[in-house]
Design a protein around this ligand. Structure first.
Ligand code: PRX
Length: 651
């Protein structure tokens, strides 16, 4: 958790830009407050009203069945998520572009709602022909190409549960996720482009499939044309199976609580959690929040830069915007390829009006300098958003002035894989903002900052961020582990959902999210578990013991520092250090590669043998120890570790 400068609480609020406010859906803080109060007084009535934003084949008979910690939302309702994202637009948006896609190599595609509908129906038929049935799981491991969106919606159409694994994860991480979810079919590509190089996804998919007995079929999109290994009978080219598939595929009604997807995220143990979301509540809340927070209009060109492999991509690239009939931009590659103005080229070319990105991206742009921005006409932009980690006020102000010309409101949106949709955020035409604060909870969201006993903390005091009442897009469980679901989220603070974040509220009731209180760290907005990295480290043949902590990083927010002890007879060398880092990248993915690997004879432990991460954190962040070391077993350990830096620099 980063140090928090209480001074920023006193910064003046920035009113929503006037021009924006005039046209906005919600135009004043009073209007927001009125909605918030109305929702608080009758949450079920409020959410039932929001359920009208989607089309139901059978309307729900009851808003919520709550048997803590298990929720059923919009009980008795039947709907089809893909119908809501596609078919319902065909009467009046058939020729509207749903997707403006750009590959890193410059290839482009424009796909209308009618065309997307056709592709999704075909691929739904492909899945059916591969024996995928409602409730079966389909793993998706793809670059950011249109077929990824098609695969998602095709699963939703037939009631298959998708499990998207970010293309940056390695083969073992993919295999773990496939096995946990028991996926039957894997959809992948021959590769994708990243910084001009081909990411060999099929190779990783093959290595994973070898270890996944449940995978019977693999569908492969030809994206790069690279030569790939082939297993006849198991592997099918996308274009082949699509060519022979029927164009019609009726959208079948599914129960509101039918599972929609499993998305793995990191928790406090080494084992990732399969966060389970279901159809009705998730679709209602993503549809509603997209409208409200992005103030979405019919003529907007909306670009959420997240990868669909993360929850932001699920909710705010795919489901929320498509359910609203938006035109979305999707880009395959790196922001600095071929040069550092790729994003601005895209904004200018497609006249992007809404840009939703990560705090890490903003910090990188600050560092790259404004000459990359000044080359381009960004006047199409009318709203900016950030997500994933706290944004420092300086980066916020730069985003506001340099990208937004002081005319675009910024929505700093707080939420989680588990919450399914945005929970705390300004309403762009209503909420005065404070750089660095996600401001106020949305109507219907009972967010509070409390002690572990559940008691409210005073303004300006740090506590735990909790949600006091269930909400429609909440996770339903951790797939296959109801007990872990209960323990992690509903038992830390009795009767409330525990977010794992520390926060403060200020005198205006604004929320300041400070960071995680558990062993989860955020590197470039990607959620990683220190335990997962540690188990990767100790699987290296030279490593005996490992402990990971984070230190602040100017661009990525946090960076990983790994402390390791070596097995007997091993000597640290530059080559070994690289080999250890590479090993983590092979086991989990490049996103988990430690920024530093430090070697110690011993790790600091308490007398009972617990690694003292607090001390390691202090060492990694400040270079020395000032905190309490009285429970430390061997004080000389710290002495030795403190000298590490000089030794590493000498190397
Ligand atoms: O610590 C909070 C941080 O990201 C965590 C959730 O991570 P993940 O499930 O990967 O979802 C990220 C995208 C929704 C939270 O527990 N976080 C997310 N948004 C913000 C944030 N921290 C501060 N400000 C935010 N706007």
């Amino acid at each position: 958790m980063a140090d928090f400068d209480p001074q920023i609480l006193n910064e003046p609020r920035i009113a929503p830009p006037e021009e924006f406010q005039k046209r906005a859906r919600v135009r004043s803080l009073e209007e927001y407050q009125e909605q918030y109060d109305r929702a608080a007084a009758d949450p079920e009535g409020f959410w039932l009203e929001k359920a009208d934003l989607v089309e139901w084949f059978t309307r729900p008979v009851k808003t919520l069945e709550w048997d803590e910690p298990f929720a059923k939302w919009f009980v008795g309702g039947k709907l089809n998520v893909s119908y809501n994202c596609l078919d319902r637009h065909l009467t009046h948006r058939a020729n509207k572009p749903a997707l403006l896609w750009e590959g890193e190599d410059g290839k482009t595609a424009e796909i209308t709602y009618a065309e997307l509908h056709g592709l999704v129906c075909r691929f739904a038929n492909v899945l059916l022909s591969l024996d995928v049935k409602a409730g079966d799981c389909v793993a998706i491991y793809m670059p950011m190409i249109p077929e990824l969106l098609v695969a998602l919606l095709a699963c939703a159409r037939i009631g298959a549960v998708h499990n998207v694994v970010f293309g940056g994860f390695s083969a073992p991480a993919l295999a773990d996720r496939i096995n946990d979810a028991g996926a039957k079919v894997l959809v992948t590509a021959d590769g994708g482009y990243r910084r001009g190089r081909i990411v060999p996804l099929k190779e990783a998919a093959d290595a994973a499939a070898e270890k996944c007995p449940t995978i019977k079929k693999v569908v492969v999109v030809r994206r790069t044309g690279a030569e790939v290994a082939w297993k006849a009978g198991r592997d099918f080219w996308w274009e082949d199976v699509m060519n022979t598939a029927a164009r019609e595929c009726a959208a079948v009604p599914f129960d509101s609580e039918h599972p929609l997807f499993i998305l793995y995220t990191s928790g406090t143990t080494g084992k990732p959690k399969g966060v389970l979301h279901t159809c009705g509540g998730y679709l209602v809340q993503t549809t509603w929040s997209t409208q409200l927070i992005f103030d979405l209009r019919e003529d907007d060109v909306y670009w959420c830069t997240a990868d669909i492999g993360w929850v932001t991509g699920h909710s705010y690239v795919a489901y929320g915007p498509l359910s609203n009939g938006a035109t979305l931009v999707m880009y395959e590659g790196a922001p600095d390829f071929p040069q550092r103005d790729r994003f601005w080229q895209i904004v200018e070319k497609y006249k992007v009006s809404i840009l939703y990105t990560s705090a890490t991206a903003v910090r990188a742009w600050v560092q790259w300098g404004r000459e990359w921005i000044d080359k381009h006409d960004l006047t199409s932009l009318r709203l900016l958003g950030t997500v994933g980690e706290p944004i420092n006020p300086a980066a916020w102000k730069w985003y506001f002035q340099v990208i937004g010309r002081g005319m675009c409101p910024i929505v700093d949106t707080w939420w989680q894989t588990e919450t399914g949709s945005i929970m705390i955020s300004p309403l762009p035409g209503a909420t005065p903002t404070k750089p660095g604060s996600a401001t106020l909870p949305l109507p219907g969201i009972a967010a509070k900052v409390v002690t572990l006993e559940g008691l409210p903390v005073k303004p300006g005091e740090t506590g735990y961020l909790v949600i006091e009442r269930p909400w429609p897009s909440m996770l339903r469980t951790i797939y296959g582990d109801d007990e872990r679901y209960r323990r992690d989220y509903w038992s830390r603070v009795p009767g409330k959902y525990f977010t794992g974040d520390a926060a403060q509220c200020d005198a205006n009731g604004y929320f300041w999210v400070l960071g995680r209180v558990d062993d989860v760290i955020k590197v470039a907005g990607h959620r990683l578990s220190t335990m997962e990295i540690e188990s990767a480290l100790v699987s290296h043949p030279s490593v005996a013991e490992a402990a990971c902590v984070s230190r602040p990083d100017e661009i990525k927010g946090e960076a990983i520092v790994a402390f390791v002890t070596l097995r007997a007879g091993q000597e640290m060398s530059g080559a070994l250090r690289i080999s250890i880092s590479d090993h983590v990248a092979t086991v989990i993915g490049a996103i988990a590669r430690p920024a530093e690997v430090r070697v110690a004879d011993l790790l600091p432990k308490t007398r009972s043998g617990k690694i003292m991460r607090r001390l390691l954190r202090e060492l990694a962040q400040k270079g020395g120890i000032s905190g309490d070391t009285t429970t430390l077993e061997d004080i000389s350990v710290i002495e030795k570790l403190s000298h590490y830096k000089a030794a590493a620099d000498d190397e």
